[in-house]
Design a protein around this ligand. Structure first.
Ligand code: SF4
Length: 428
């Protein structure tokens, strides 16, 4: 199961006829919330949401429970009276940005983040960013992207910020590896050490921790995606001549090994050198998982579409923990970027794309899974129906990639079951 190079269990699993496609009412988190997680990564960036009071409330409540550091985001609230004149609106935005930069001289990268209220849609934030970028040239870069709840759910919302960074990356002709996707600093350090031990010379990470340290890109760049919701960023990198290395995602021991092995094959790393580099952390990861496998094997899981991590998670849960996934729903299934994951997934996992939330709830309630992974909005109603739930957003805010996080990832699924068992003891 956890060989150095994963072997496909279901090589024919990429048949699209097997996917249940649904187009109905959706229950997804707004794209703006992606900021809450990305702002922790780039330490000298600031995310200025141009939005309504609703956007400000959402961010405040999401951030209130999910971050513990000094916020590096805020909301410029556009009122209905601003509809009267867009010229005034631009003046107002310029004034807010000037005040912000005067008060926070540590800011080197400013994102103007669009939202979905109609008054914001009418504002050309791309043009506003170009104007402000020219005005503050040399001190601060100003970029625009959209976190609108109409255009994006919460993972693509954060990714729009990454894609906006790509045109500004310095050109390079070097042969280099680029790891794409926001990961916790500690996880990034672990991967940097592994790539060094494998003998891959130049390795960059996008996003970097500081605006001035962003990686280079060019025709010699080959990139690994750390998460499956980075299609927009991948397209932007490919337009700069870079090439994606096809691989599963680094979740669990098996996924991490296959991800590293794909980079090793691309950069001509000898198999014994790869084995020597990964042997110890791989063994630590296996030992950590063994404990959870004993508890979780055979348990039935239902994954609602939310984060776009659902398919790699279904692979991890079934193959490394022995769980049974009844349905793995995903808001959007990128055929190319998920081909390696789907090839590893057992054919008895039902895949669904998009959502018709009422019908999906009916399927879930009929199946009575041991554990349901879903968004915040569905968790309480399902708990009230006696189901045990896990908030999918926690899978994004917790460092889960890599060998040393494999046990933590398994723990996220064990915890709600333990909580339910303890509650049963207290209230039989
Ligand atoms: S962007 Fe739209 S969906 Fe998101 S919080 Fe603002 S108003 Fe709501």
């Amino acid at each position: 199961m956890t060989n150095a190079v994963a072997s496909p269990a279901n090589p024919s699993g990429c048949d699209d006829t097997e996917i249940l496609r649904e187009r109905g009412q959706r229950e997804l988190f707004c794209g703006l919330t992606g900021i809450v997680w990305l702002h922790r990564k780039i330490k000298d960036a600031f995310f200025l949401v141009v939005g309504s009071r609703t956007c400000a409330h959402l961010l405040q409540s999401a951030a209130g429970v999910m971050i513990f550091a000094e916020p590096r985001f805020g909301t410029a609230i556009l009122d209905e009276r601003d509809l009267a004149g867009m010229a005034d609106c631009n003046d107002e935005l310029d004034r807010v940005v000037a005040e912000l930069l005067a008060r926070r001289p540590d800011i080197r990268l400013l994102f103007l983040v669009g939202s979905c209220p109609s008054e914001v849609i009418k504002l050309d934030l791309g043009r506003a960013a170009s104007r402000l970028d020219a005005r503050h040239a040399g001190a601060v870069r100003v970029l625009a992207d959209s976190g609108s709840g109409i255009e994006t759910s919460f993972t693509p919302g954060a990714v729009a910020c990454l894609a906006a960074l790509v045109p500004g990356l310095a050109p390079s002709r070097d042969s280099e590896l680029l790891v794409v996707g926001s990961m916790a600093d500690g996880v990034e350090d672990q991967f940097a050490r592994l790539f060094a031990a494998m003998g891959i010379g130049k390795v960059g990470f996008l996003p970097a921790r500081e605006a001035a340290a962003m990686p280079t890109v060019g025709p010699g760049t080959r990139f690994l995606l750390a998460q499956p919701f980075l299609a927009q960023t991948a397209r932007a990198l490919e337009s700069r001549g870079a090439r994606r290395i096809p691989a599963p995602y680094p979740l669990g021991v098996e996924g991490t090994t296959a991800w590293l092995a794909a980079a090793a094959a691309e950069f001509g790393v000898a198999p014994d050198r790869l084995e020597a580099a990964i042997a110890l952390p791989q063994e630590r990861g296996r030992r950590a998982l063994a404990r959870y496998r004993a508890q979780l094997a055979g348990k039935r899981v239902f994954l609602f579409p939310d984060s776009q991590l659902e398919i790699p998670l279904a692979r991890f849960l079934t193959r490394e923990l022995g769980m049974r996934v009844i349905e793995a729903g995903t808001p959007y299934l990128h055929r190319e970027h998920l081909a390696e994951e789907r090839a590893l997934l057992s054919a008895d996992v039902r895949l669904s794309e998009g959502q018709d939330v009422e019908r999906q709830l009916d399927r879930c309630l009929a199946a009575r899974p041991d554990l349901t992974v879903c968004g915040l909005g569905l968790a309480n109603p399902l708990e009230a129906q006696g189901l045990t739930t896990k908030w999918s957003i926690e899978l994004l805010f917790t460092p889960v990639q890599g060998y040393d996080q494999a046990g933590d990832l398994a723990e996220l699924f064990a915890r709600p079951l333990n909580r339910r068992a303890r509650l049963k003891e207290l209230v039989p």
